[in-house]
Design a protein. Structure first.
Length: 101
């Protein structure tokens, strides 16, 4: 019985934390007496999205899917290197039939 009560209490606490994070934070408007200016402050700061790392691939003459190590490498080669033979139907997705990726 104590275990069940503990699990219910833990689930309630988790649900409460989850719903608090989902609620949008409204900005607070503060007035400063006679100056007539108001300041808007928000407790939520939106971070800048991280930039994706640049791939360390270079055109070295490889042309076929069997020579690639990853899907990202195949995509890099089809976009940046000449004479690749990895996109047979020319839809922009290289190595579609390769089961390794």
């Amino acid at each position: 019985m104590k275990k069940l009560l503990f699990v219910i209490l833990l689930a309630f606490a988790g649900w409460k934390m989850y719903t608090e994070k989902l609620q949008p934070q409204t900005p607070t408007i503060t007035s400063y007496g006679d100056s007539g200016t108001s300041q808007v402050s928000s407790s939520r700061v939106t971070p800048t999205p991280p930039t994706p790392p640049k791939p360390n691939f270079s055109c070295d003459g490889r042309q076929h899917c069997s020579q690639m190590r990853s899907r990202a490498e195949a995509e890099f080669f089809t976009r940046h290197c000449p004479n690749t033979k990895m996109d047979g139907d020319r839809d922009g997705i290289p190595c579609e039939n390769d089961s390794r990726f």
